[in-house]
Design a protein around this ligand. Structure first.
Ligand SMILES: C[S@@+](CC[C@H](N)C(=O)[O-])C[C@H]1O[C@@H](n2cnc3c(N)ncnc32)[C@H](O)[C@@H]1O
Length: 409
């Protein structure tokens, strides 16, 4: 695998910075508003419903633009949201129904109207995020590249962290003359370069341990051997002789000669029969296999034993748990303003986070209220016979206290 050598250049002078900004890419389209106009969006007016008035978590039954504008003036929320996950409509030009064939939501905005509608929300979301906060925006191949440019404008290119490719479903038996469409994408941005981060790992399995940690030391500890040099020439200590050896051409030692001596004294350096040093990396020091940016293990409901609400496009709760655990800590505030069936909110609650959810669809709110009360239901099959109706076991997510806000009359 080729590894690029980071280029070391002098920091840009003010004049150069202007040029860099000017040469940055922008997505231009008719009707693109100035950010100041968006930040002056009138705040919506909401009141707590008498039916669900139970706690600090908030569920808004309203269009999210007015809610985000209201939250931007709310001292308890503005600048305090640690994590936003959103899964908006994907510009499919379709209408979505629940499994019970109830109309859930329309997805008819396309092109620049779709982009600008989402951009308005993203500018307000940026305002709500804490300085160490993160945004995950879930889209598919239709609009992800347009929104990448928009998010670079709002968050800054340097705060782009990943474009995660997720396998959303099993292979399709396609009749179209294209490759099967099984991927969607999650753009991950942070507000600054100091952000909440708990590295996600998967547990080791026997086969991978044997492959990746093939060596065993005299105490029975498994390890692998890795180079002690890295690409790029350095003129300091790490470019100097160690044990009469220079680093290979075009490379430098990963540690100073003093640290390498200390590591060798502790038995952490492996010497090959030809005198080639390598570092021993022990399995016992590994928390697990770090999760990469292709997620094959987070498909949405795909078999009859999986528990769901029946809301269309509902996402896999394991995926939400991965995101929430990686980018927030217990007690943090998590926001999803396209909440749908409430997957983000239920996952946040079960992980001890506080939450704010928004959806304007009656069916979404009905689904979330049921989910918070009784949980999700085994998917089963589509046939409702007297023997399987009402008898499928319910899987109860952790109860969560919340207050439902509705628009003021
Ligand atoms: C793809 S679904 C979200 C599914 C969700 N992630 C889940 O796991 O169930 C998108 C949701 O956004 C909601 N929505 C779309 N535009 C909205 C808006 N302007 N304000 C509030 N909700 C909106 C729709 O009603 C729909 O429930």
């Amino acid at each position: 695998m080729a590894v690029g050598i980071p280029r070391r250049v002098n920091p840009p002078q003010p004049q150069q910075t202007d040029n860099i900004l000017r040469s940055g890419f922008r997505l231009e389209y008719p009707g693109k508003k100035h950010p100041i106009e968006i930040l002056s969006t009138p705040a919506g007016q909401y009141q707590a419903s008498s039916t669900h008035c139970g706690g600090d978590n908030r569920l808004y039954h309203a269009d999210n633009l007015g809610v985000l504008a209201a939250l931007a003036n709310d001292k308890a929320v503005a600048g305090k949201v640690r994590l936003v996950y959103i899964d908006p409509p994907f510009a499919t030009d379709s209408a979505f129904e629940s499994r019970q064939q109830q109309h859930a939501y329309d997805d008819h905005l396309t092109g620049s109207l779709f982009v600008e509608t989402l951009r308005e929300r993203l500018i307000l979301i940026h305002r709500l995020l804490a300085d160490d906060g993160s945004l995950y925006l879930h889209l598919d191949g239709r609009m992800v590249f347009h929104l990448r440019l928009i998010l670079d404008e709002i968050f800054g290119e340097k705060n782009f962290r990943n474009c995660i490719t997720r396998k959303k479903c099993n292979p399709k038996n396609y009749t179209r003359k294209t490759y099967g469409n099984t991927a969607d994408y999650i753009l991950f941005y942070t507000k600054t370069d100091q952000y909440a981060w708990n590295r996600a790992v998967e547990p080791w399995d026997e086969a991978r341990v044997m492959k990746e940690y093939p060596c065993v030391d005299d105490k029975g500890r498994r390890y692998k051997k890795v180079p002690i040099h890295a690409p790029g020439v350095r003129n300091g200590e790490t470019g100097k002789l160690w044990r009469d050896m220079l680093p290979p051409p075009g490379k430098h030692w990963q540690y100073t000669p003093i640290r390498l001596d200390e590591m060798d004294a502790r038995g952490e350096i492996y010497w090959s029969p030809t005198g080639n040093p390598r570092r021993k990396v022990y399995l016992e020091n590994s928390a697990g296999i770090p999760v990469q940016d292709i997620w094959l293990d987070m498909k949405d409901a795909h078999n009859q034993n999986i528990h769901i609400t029946g809301y269309p496009t509902e996402k896999n709760p394991d995926m939400l748990e991965r995101i929430i655990e990686a980018s927030s800590n217990p007690g943090d505030l998590v926001l999803d303003c396209y909440a749908g069936s409430g997957t983000t909110l239920a996952s946040a609650a079960s992980l001890g986070r506080r939450w704010i959810g928004v959806d304007r669809s009656d069916e979404a709110i009905k689904t979330m209220l049921r989910r918070f009360e009784v949980g999700t239901e085994r998917m089963g099959d589509f046939v409702n016979t007297p023997s399987n109706t009402h008898t499928l076991p319910l899987f109860t997510t952790s109860n969560t206290d919340f207050t439902l806000f509705v628009e003021k009359k």
